[in-house]
Design a protein around this ligand. Sequence first.
Ligand SMILES: Nc1ncnc2c1ncn2[C@@H]1O[C@H](COP(=O)(O)O)[C@@H](OP(=O)(O)O)[C@H]1O
Ligand SMILES: [Mg+2]
Ligand SMILES: [Mg+2]
Ligand SMILES: [Mg+2]
Length: 356
Amino acid sequence: MSALYSNEKQVAIAAVRRACILTNSVFNKLVKNETLTKDDKSPVTVGDYAAQAVINTILSKAFPDDPIVGEESSSDLRTPSSSSLRSRVIELANEALQHDLAPGDSSAWGIGPGATQSEGQLLETIDRGSFAGGKSGRMWTLDPIDGTKGFLRGGQYAVCLALLVDSRVELGVIGCPNLPVDPSKPDGARGCLFIAVRGQGAEQLTLSGSDPKTLSIPAIASEDISNSLSFLESVEAAHSSHGFNSRVSDILGLATSPVRMDSQAKYCCLARGEGGAYLRMPTGAGYREKIWDHAPGSLLVTEAGGAISDSRGQPLDFGLGRDLGENFGVVAAGKSVQADVLAAVKKAGEEEKSKA
Ligand SMILES: Nc1ncnc2c1ncn2[C@@H]1O[C@H](COP(=O)(O)O)[C@@H](OP(=O)(O)O)[C@H]1O
Ligand SMILES: [Mg+2]
Ligand SMILES: [Mg+2]
Ligand SMILES: [Mg+2]
């Protein structure tokens, strides 16, 4: 009998890998007018749209009944002023869908050479990501480029896909085209794929599928925290409070400065033993974390032997819709130290309240 979710895993890997090849090639060719600013002032590029079109196409062929909660929508692409951007997205998506990565690979999706998708079809496919989410049933959640700001800087970004069943993450696949394969060789080969299936562990492969490694977060004894732990945090100060993290770091007496990195590559690094903790605390009232920014990363961390919760110690709730509800931040760390980090987070929170 094949392992649970083995089909879903194969399809998700193929889809994420194909999207990573696309985003990688887009970065090298990206020109100024290929980026839009969304209503929330965040950037989105032709790469984000085309990657969502590619992954949604593959998911829709393989699992036609599964809804998708995807970050992007085609509405900004449909305006008359976006016509050149729109054509570029369609061109990139068709190119990526027809690219034969392995014998028979593209024909498996019924989209072999010559079978280009029309503009209307691809825009509709992008909008298959508009599902509202919720408590029950099967659904995918997709972030076609997580860390778009990192992507634009040539820094870290990730193509992130997860399968949720009854609001639990069952499968997560993350592609990190710019992440060094071996953390001890930061200037060495880049491009990693991270995969986790609930109950089946977490692994890293190269983007081309070689060099598999089982991931496990090393234990740190409480008395070694100050010397052995360092934080992973967002580059963008607007996404996660650097000041709060610095206070938590002082409370724990950490000797090492945080490592700043865009995207769910932070979860991937934590899962393979880097840093030891990922802290993401709200920077102001109002912003709600999105399920696609955390679903695959959270499973990767727990399957690598870590723990993840909000700053109150409550589990993240992926069943509330497209976002995680009221924002109490995210605290992820190895199992041996997550309680210590949480205690320091609570202390820093109380200090902040008493000053207010
Ligand atoms: N005010 C805010 N607080 C927290 N996260 C935010 C935010 N504004 C945007 N984001 C999210 O932060 C993500 C990037 O996270 P990070 O800082 O870890 O790289 C963005 O994903 P996208 O780049 O996919 O839009 C976006 O969803
Ligand atoms: Mg975005
Ligand atoms: Mg994101
Ligand atoms: Mg994104």
